[in-house]
Design a binder for this molecule. Structure first.
Ligand SMILES: Cc1cc2nc3c(=O)[nH]c(=O)nc-3n(C[C@H](O)[C@H](O)[C@H](O)COP(=O)(O)O)c2cc1C
Length: 181
């Protein structure tokens, strides 16, 4: 049997009842057979600062998790038409490694936000992926409305249509990651 793939999730929202974290939790419990999933904590990373010469433990932990990943699953909130700073900060730290823990990897993007479902932020993130040499999956796209009955009060995803899209996206990510491996 071939080695299982590892997907690592990143969530750009740090709040407890985050709808984006809810998307990622749903994804984590619905990965296809042959895939392992874990979420990388990014809430304790310091803001990137080029004067920090000794790598913080939280950054080292993130980099190791990313190195171990075959593919990423990013839950991308939209703040002021772009990606949330916690997510950008995590990508910025990872991008400063001499040997990139991101380059060449497959990534699936999903998000919960206002009426446009974080589409604007997701397209900014796709632009950032160009420089990071990450390879985003094109389809299916996952755009959820965070202010609708798609989520329970605590942030669990309850919308069957979006649940189905996430399952499809994870299957497509598995195939994409295997092609890139
Ligand atoms: C600073 C800030 C800026 C925001 N800007 C946008 C925006 O431009 N577009 C949008 O759809 N939602 C925007 N929102 C709403 C977020 O999409 C919403 O808070 C969403 O629930 C965040 O995801 P979470 O539930 O995972 O925390 C903004 C929220 C904050 C806090």
């Amino acid at each position: 049997m071939s080695k299982p793939l590892k997907f690592v999730g990143l969530c750009g929202s740090l709040r407890k009842a985050s709808r984006n974290a809810g998307l990622l939790r749903y994804a984590g419990s619905h990965v296809p057979e042959g895939v392992l999933f874990e979420v990388a904590e990014i809430g304790d990373l310091p803001f990137y600062n080029g004067d920090i010469t000794e790598k913080p433990a939280a950054v080292q932990r993130l980099v190791e998790q990313l190195r171990g990943a075959d593919a990423l699953v990013i839950a991308c909130p939209e703040y002021n038409y772009s990606m949330a700073p916690a997510l950008k900060n995590a990508l910025d730290w990872a991008s400063r490694e001499a040997e990139s823990p991101l380059a060449g990897k497959a990534v699936a993007i999903m998000g919960a936000g206002g009426g446009m479902g974080t589409s604007r932020a997701q397209y900014h993130l796709r632009q950032t992926c160009v420089f990071l040499d990450l390879h985003p999956l094109n389809r299916p796209e996952v755009f959820a409305n965070a202010f609708s009955a798609s989520f329970s009060e605590s942030g669990e995803l309850v919308d069957e249509k979006i649940q189905g899209l996430i399952v499809q996206q994870l299957q497509a990510l598995q195939a994409w990651a295997l092609r890139l491996r």
